[in-house]
Structure formats: structure tokens, C-alpha cells
Design a protein around this ligand. Sequence first.
Ligand SMILES: [Mn+2]
Length: 281
Amino acid sequence: MSMSSQREKERFRKNLERIEPILKKEDAVLFPKFKKTLIVADLHGDLQTLKFILKFAEKKKVDAMIFLGDYIDKGSESVAVLNLLFELKLKDPKSVILLRGNHETRGLSAWFEFSDDLIHHPELFDTANTVFDRLPIAAVLNDSIFCVHGNIAGISDEKLKDISKKNPKPYIWNDPGPEDGIALSGRGSGVYRVGPDLTQKFLKQNNLQLVIRGHTSHTEGTKCWHGSRLVSLYSTFPYDSPTVRAAAAIVKEDRIKFYYYKKIGNGLEWQDETMKLRLKK
Ligand SMILES: [Mn+2]
């Protein structure tokens, strides 16, 4: 277990204080319109990958970034990852969107690396969780892409305006599933896999084209579900299999391109292969 330095923690204290009022003002669902947007899924304390992606974002001249949550735990640098993300957002609050993941909750964050790191700073841990409560739940990019950590809720007549910061559970915990309807996910009580029929229905009802979500680690960086109406994205490396590839996406007009990278020695390396999707009008 690696601990953040005293200096890093002091920086964290200041960032939490400054970011709280900004997040508080944000709605549960944001409706940003950007020209060229980077989308990043789970980072889990992986500062190296975050820096690697940010360098790429600069090279690609993106004008906005959406992060899909799960910034903490698993990796050893949760505090440093949050510091970097908060400082990015403080610099440009409108074009950096930080969504909430299921690890950014009091219930889960008490059990893993993030709380270990702050074990001697209970007040800092508490303030962090108050800030996590303020994080928005979803972003609808360019009126067409539903960005979220977990998935849609899979309830009947599901509308964007019903999503609230007070009841984020389905949106930060659910997964997609292969069968129509909903099924228990195995992640715990009240957590579901949502099937293709409900994805189609949700998109149609809310006049959207695609769901992009994180939450599930997998070996390929991306996985397409439900006739490519839902893409599961993972941007760090599962610790039991660091040899797999991870991915981040760039959205430009109606085109989405997924870029892949791998761990090579102590560094990271972009792969030649990409995956392209085009939004239907
Ligand atoms: Mn998650």
C-alpha cells in the first residue's frame, strides 16, 4: 500500500474545499455540447494512466473531458488522481465533467485503499465523501450520448429528469446484460443487469443514440452490447491481469473513436488498432 504524502493530502484538503461549491451547483444530469470530447472510464487510483491520457488529450486538442467515475481504490494513488482531476475542473469547470462512480460513496469507499490512505485523517475522508455526494450522475453529450458510470436503471418509463443525486444507486451500480428485461447482477441486492430491450426503449424514449458506461473491468478496453447501442469502456488495468488493454474515447460530431493502450515495461503504449462508431441520426 502506498500512502500519499502530507503535502499531497494538504493539496487535497484545499481542492476539496474549492471544488465543493462548484459540484454542488451542477445538476444530477448535465447536458453539455462540445466539439471534441475525451471520455475516460474507471481510473481507480492509477495516476500513471491518467497522466498518459491527459497528454494524449492535449495532442488531440480536445475541448472537453468527461470522466465516468471510480477515481479511487484498487490503485495506490487515489488522492493524487483526485487532486489532478479536481485541479483540471477548477481551471475549466464547464468543460471538465466528473461523474460519480460506485466507489465515490460512503458505503464503499470506507473499505479500500482510499480510506487506508486517510486512516489518520478521518475529517479529510469525511469531507471527501461529502464532495462525492455532490458529483453529477450522468451527462448527455451533444443531445445524443448518455454517459454514466454503471448503466441505466432499467425501470419502465425511465426519464432523464427523474435521475437525482439523492438516489444514484442504479446509475452507479448497474451493468448491461444479454437477456431482455432485468436480472440480478450478482454485485449485491438491488443491483441489476439491464437487457437490450430496455436499452433500446430508454434511448428511444429520451431521443438518444448511445450509452457509454464504465464500471466493468474487461480484457479488451471496450465491449459492445445491444447492437452497439451501449459501449462498456474501461480505462485502467485490472490488478489481477495488468497485461490486458485499456481504452479511452474521443467523440467528434457523430463519430466516436476508441483508442487502446497497454502496459509495456514500466510505461504505457498506444496500440495501432482503434474502434470507430458512428451515431445514427
Ligand atoms: Mn464501478
